[in-house]
Design a protein around this ligand. Sequence first.
Ligand code: NI
Length: 184
Amino acid sequence: MSLAEKFGTFSECWAPRIVARYEGHEVRIARLEGAFDWHAHDHDELFLVVEGTLTIEMRDRIEILGEGELIVIPAGTEHRPVADAGEVKALLIDPAHSPNTGNTFMLTQPIDDEAATCANGMTIGFKCNSPEQVKELHDVAVANGATSIEGPPGPRDAGALGTMHLSYFRDLDGHKICGIHREA
Ligand code: NI
Protein backbone atom coordinates (compact mmCIF):
# COMPACT_ATOMS: atom_id res chain seq x y z
CA MET A 1 0.00 0.00 0.00
CA SER A 2 1.04 3.58 -0.43
CA LEU A 3 1.33 5.40 2.89
CA ALA A 4 1.33 8.73 1.04
CA GLU A 5 -2.00 7.82 -0.49
CA LYS A 6 -3.41 6.81 2.92
CA PHE A 7 -2.20 10.05 4.49
CA GLY A 8 -4.03 11.86 1.70
CA THR A 9 -7.39 10.51 2.84
CA PHE A 10 -7.64 12.57 6.04
CA SER A 11 -6.42 15.83 7.51
CA GLU A 12 -7.31 15.73 11.21
CA CYS A 13 -4.47 15.66 13.69
CA TRP A 14 -4.22 13.19 16.56
CA ALA A 15 -6.83 10.94 14.93
CA PRO A 16 -5.04 7.74 13.91
CA ARG A 17 -6.33 5.66 11.03
CA ILE A 18 -5.85 1.89 10.88
CA VAL A 19 -4.07 0.92 7.66
CA ALA A 20 -3.22 -2.72 8.39
CA ARG A 21 -3.65 -5.42 10.99
CA TYR A 22 -1.46 -8.36 11.84
CA GLU A 23 -1.18 -10.80 14.73
CA GLY A 24 -3.59 -8.89 16.96
CA HIS A 25 -1.90 -5.57 16.27
CA GLU A 26 -2.98 -2.50 14.37
CA VAL A 27 -0.73 -0.46 12.14
CA ARG A 28 -1.98 3.10 12.38
CA ILE A 29 -0.98 6.31 10.71
CA ALA A 30 -1.52 9.72 12.23
CA ARG A 31 -0.89 13.36 11.54
CA LEU A 32 0.49 15.08 14.61
CA GLU A 33 0.74 18.77 15.35
CA GLY A 34 1.36 20.52 18.65
CA ALA A 35 1.59 18.67 21.94
CA PHE A 36 -0.46 15.62 22.88
CA ASP A 37 -1.32 14.67 26.46
CA TRP A 38 0.96 12.79 28.81
CA HIS A 39 -0.11 9.17 28.91
CA ALA A 40 1.12 5.61 29.27
CA HIS A 41 0.02 2.28 27.85
CA ASP A 42 0.05 -1.20 29.31
CA HIS A 43 1.76 -2.37 26.12
CA ASP A 44 4.84 -1.34 24.15
CA GLU A 45 4.13 1.26 21.49
CA LEU A 46 6.10 1.74 18.28
CA PHE A 47 6.40 5.13 16.56
CA LEU A 48 7.99 5.55 13.14
CA VAL A 49 8.31 9.08 11.81
CA VAL A 50 7.39 9.13 8.13
CA GLU A 51 7.70 12.89 7.68
CA GLY A 52 8.71 15.75 9.94
CA THR A 53 10.43 15.87 13.31
CA LEU A 54 8.77 14.43 16.39
CA THR A 55 9.82 14.98 19.97
CA ILE A 56 8.91 12.26 22.44
CA GLU A 57 9.08 13.58 25.97
CA MET A 58 9.45 11.03 28.71
CA ARG A 59 9.76 11.80 32.39
CA ASP A 60 13.49 11.06 32.42
CA ARG A 61 14.54 11.97 28.90
CA ILE A 62 13.59 13.47 25.57
CA GLU A 63 14.03 11.74 22.22
CA ILE A 64 13.92 13.65 18.97
CA LEU A 65 12.99 11.56 15.96
CA GLY A 66 13.61 12.65 12.41
CA GLU A 67 12.23 11.20 9.23
CA GLY A 68 12.70 7.45 9.06
CA GLU A 69 13.53 7.11 12.75
CA LEU A 70 11.62 4.92 15.14
CA ILE A 71 11.24 4.37 18.85
CA VAL A 72 9.56 1.72 20.94
CA ILE A 73 8.12 3.16 24.11
CA PRO A 74 8.08 0.47 26.76
CA ALA A 75 4.83 -0.44 28.49
CA GLY A 76 4.09 1.76 31.48
CA THR A 77 6.40 4.58 30.39
CA GLU A 78 4.72 7.96 30.51
CA HIS A 79 5.26 9.84 27.29
CA ARG A 80 4.10 12.93 25.47
CA PRO A 81 4.50 13.26 21.71
CA VAL A 82 5.18 16.85 20.68
CA ALA A 83 5.20 18.07 17.09
CA ASP A 84 6.24 21.68 17.54
CA ALA A 85 8.14 22.15 14.28
CA GLY A 86 5.24 21.67 11.90
CA GLU A 87 3.04 18.72 11.13
CA VAL A 88 4.47 15.23 11.55
CA LYS A 89 3.29 12.14 9.75
CA ALA A 90 3.84 9.06 11.87
CA LEU A 91 3.15 5.36 11.79
CA LEU A 92 2.28 3.61 15.05
CA ILE A 93 1.88 -0.02 15.99
CA ASP A 94 -0.29 -0.93 18.96
CA PRO A 95 -2.30 -3.96 20.02
CA ALA A 96 -5.77 -3.97 18.43
CA HIS A 97 -8.47 -1.93 20.15
CA SER A 98 -6.10 -0.09 22.47
CA PRO A 99 -6.91 3.60 22.62
CA ASN A 100 -4.09 5.85 21.45
CA THR A 101 -4.24 7.77 24.71
CA GLY A 102 -3.62 4.72 26.84
CA ASN A 103 -5.54 4.26 30.04
CA THR A 104 -4.21 7.04 32.20
CA PHE A 105 -6.55 9.82 33.21
CA MET A 106 -4.72 12.57 35.04
CA LEU A 107 -6.22 15.31 37.13
CA THR A 108 -3.70 17.46 38.93
CA GLN A 109 -3.34 20.64 40.90
CA PRO A 110 -2.72 23.54 38.49
CA ILE A 111 1.03 23.89 38.16
CA ASP A 112 0.84 27.69 37.99
CA ASP A 113 -0.67 27.89 41.50
CA GLU A 114 -3.72 29.72 40.14
CA ALA A 115 -7.21 28.48 40.97
CA ALA A 116 -8.48 25.37 39.20
CA THR A 117 -11.16 26.10 36.61
CA CYS A 118 -13.08 24.21 33.97
CA ALA A 119 -11.47 25.30 30.74
CA ASN A 120 -13.67 26.88 28.08
CA GLY A 121 -13.59 24.75 24.96
CA MET A 122 -12.46 21.61 26.77
CA THR A 123 -14.41 18.38 26.86
CA ILE A 124 -13.37 15.41 28.95
CA GLY A 125 -14.35 12.28 27.06
CA PHE A 126 -14.74 8.80 28.48
CA LYS A 127 -14.59 5.92 26.07
CA CYS A 128 -17.46 3.53 26.78
CA ASN A 129 -17.81 -0.13 25.86
CA SER A 130 -21.42 0.05 24.65
CA PRO A 131 -24.29 2.46 23.90
CA GLU A 132 -25.82 1.36 27.20
CA GLN A 133 -22.72 2.44 29.07
CA VAL A 134 -22.82 5.84 27.34
CA LYS A 135 -26.35 6.35 28.67
CA GLU A 136 -25.53 4.96 32.09
CA LEU A 137 -22.59 7.35 32.52
CA HIS A 138 -24.92 10.25 31.74
CA ASP A 139 -27.82 9.03 33.86
CA VAL A 140 -25.69 8.34 36.94
CA ALA A 141 -24.12 11.80 36.61
CA VAL A 142 -27.50 13.53 36.26
CA ALA A 143 -28.89 11.57 39.21
CA ASN A 144 -26.02 13.02 41.22
CA GLY A 145 -26.55 16.63 40.22
CA ALA A 146 -24.97 16.98 36.79
CA THR A 147 -26.79 18.89 34.05
CA SER A 148 -27.66 17.13 30.83
CA ILE A 149 -26.59 19.15 27.78
CA GLU A 150 -26.62 18.85 24.00
CA GLY A 151 -29.73 16.71 23.85
CA PRO A 152 -30.39 13.23 25.21
CA PRO A 153 -27.83 10.41 24.97
CA GLY A 154 -28.03 8.55 21.70
CA PRO A 155 -26.50 7.72 18.34
CA ARG A 156 -25.17 10.37 16.00
CA ASP A 157 -24.04 9.96 12.45
CA ALA A 158 -20.35 10.88 12.37
CA GLY A 159 -19.88 10.55 8.62
CA ALA A 160 -16.88 8.45 7.68
CA LEU A 161 -16.40 7.53 11.33
CA GLY A 162 -19.69 5.63 11.31
CA THR A 163 -22.18 5.87 14.12
CA MET A 164 -21.06 7.27 17.44
CA HIS A 165 -23.07 6.94 20.61
CA LEU A 166 -22.68 10.07 22.69
CA SER A 167 -23.88 11.64 25.88
CA TYR A 168 -22.97 15.02 27.28
CA PHE A 169 -23.33 16.63 30.66
CA ARG A 170 -21.80 19.31 32.85
CA ASP A 171 -20.60 18.21 36.25
CA LEU A 172 -21.13 20.25 39.41
CA ASP A 173 -18.00 22.33 38.71
CA GLY A 174 -19.05 23.04 35.14
CA HIS A 175 -16.74 20.61 33.34
CA LYS A 176 -18.15 19.42 30.05
CA ILE A 177 -18.03 15.65 30.05
CA CYS A 178 -18.83 13.27 27.24
CA GLY A 179 -19.42 9.53 27.07
CA ILE A 180 -18.51 8.07 23.70
CA HIS A 181 -18.84 4.69 22.07
CA ARG A 182 -17.88 4.13 18.48
CA GLU A 183 -19.48 1.19 16.68
CA ALA A 184 -16.87 -1.23 15.41
NI1 NI B 1 1.27 6.63 23.34
